[in-house]
Design a protein around this ligand. Structure first.
Ligand code: AMP
Ligand code: TRP
Length: 330
């Protein structure tokens, strides 16, 4: 069975781009593949240093992952810091990737530039090595992620191949897979930029836990385009195309099919808002009840960590052995 792995950082509330671009596909994928999903709290430390915040965000995100439909009996859902093999293999990955390769990562350049006078940690720079460890520890065949992660998956493949050449067959070389519908959701106020928690204001971002009335308001105020024709054309009509893509993703159609049903922007905005509210309603209900039972959430995460460690520890041992590190018993 194909082994699939993808991870998400607990850096704040989950938005519609995360859901339609990533989480929803994790949920459908769990029944077709052997799925591993990590909440990568150690990655979040590259940009957060306030005490307690990452832990709370991790719990909140865990509730979200189970609420969107990841089944702890089917998929392995775990927290990165509960599986120490990530940091152990992370170091080996740092020694397998070059300074030059890491310097070419556009996400590092963007994030470092955005932090301006702020502290730019070395972890922000070596982040892709830890990400490679996340993936290679689980012998993942497929890594479902959005387009923004392409460079990180490419570097993971390069690291795996280099390690295998140096030390003999050790890691599965993974490949990136991108979902078809809803792969890219852009900001409702700035439809040429991706919907992202690091973008300007909240008005263009639909959070998974926004009230229905807030969601409707955000869609009604969505920026469209200067002419008044409804058709799907990302380059020339980014605002309308984003709405079409969201509505298509929520209703299982193509954006072109959806476009054929509209002459005006008003009804398109309204219907897109309503479709999103309906998709999110059951998720919000489950999320609320999960957060009321922290003991149960802990139990689910403990079980995920145990399942993850079985795989991760055997891969790490294989890597140590193939490198030829001195075992405790010589
Ligand atoms: P992030 O919130 O950037 O850590 O992203 C978590 C996951 O959601 C990654 O797999 C991203 O590729 C995906 N993602 C984030 N923003 C968007 C977006 N606007 N559209 C589609 N996918 C996204
Ligand atoms: N870098 C990813 C992001 O920003 C998160 C991530 C960390 C990840 N480790 C991973 C994604 C392993 C897929 C596989 O979204």
């Amino acid at each position: 069975m194909t082994r699939v792995l993808s991870c998400i950082q607990p850096t704040g509330p989950v938005h519609l781009g995360n859901y339609l671009g990533a989480l929803r596909n994790w949920v459908s994928g769990q029944h077709e593949c052997d799925a591993f999903h990590g909440i990568v709290d150690l990655h979040a430390l590259t940009v957060t240093d306030r005490p307690g915040v990452v832990g709370e965000n991790t719990l909140e995100l865990a509730a979200t992952l189970f609420a969107v439909g990841l089944d702890p009996e089917v998929a392995t859902v775990f927290v990165q810091s509960h599986v120490p093999e990530h940091t152990q293999l992370g170091w080996i990955m740092e020694c397998t990737v070059s300074y030059g390769e890491l310097s070419r990562m556009t996400q590092f350049k963007d994030k470092a530039a955005k932090r301006e006078a702020d502290f730019v940690s070395a972890g922000l720079f070596t982040y892709p090595a830890l990400q490679a460890a996340d993936i290679l520890l689980y012998d993942a065949d497929d890594v479902p992620v959005g387009e923004d992660q392409r460079q990180h998956i490419e570097i993971t493949r390069d690291i795996a191949e280099r390690f295998n050449t140096r030390f003999g067959a050790t890691f599965v070389v993974p490949k990136m897979v991108t979902p078809k519908a809803g792969a890219k959701v852009t900001d409702l106020q700035d439809p040429t930029s991706k919907m992202s928690k690091s973008s300007g204001g909240d008005a263009g971002i639909v959070y998974l836990h926004d009230d229905p009335s807030v969601i409707m308001k955000k869609f009604k105020r969505a920026v469209t385009d200067s002419d008044s024709e409804v058709h799907f054309d990302r380059a020339h009509k980014p605002g309308v195309s984003n709405l079409l893509e969201i509505l298509a993703a929520c209703t299982g159609r193509s954006p072109e099919e959806v476009a054929a049903g509209y002459q005006q922007y008003g009804p398109l905005k309204n219907d897109t808002g309503e479709a999103v509210v309906e998709v999110l309603r059951p998720i919000q209900e489950r999320h609320r009840s999960l957060l009321e039972d922290r003991a149960e959430l802990s139990r689910l995460l403990r079980r995920g960590a145990e399942k993850a460690r079985v795989v991760a520890s055997s891969t790490l041992a294989r890597a140590y052995r193939n490198i030829g590190l001195l075992p405790l018993d010589v």
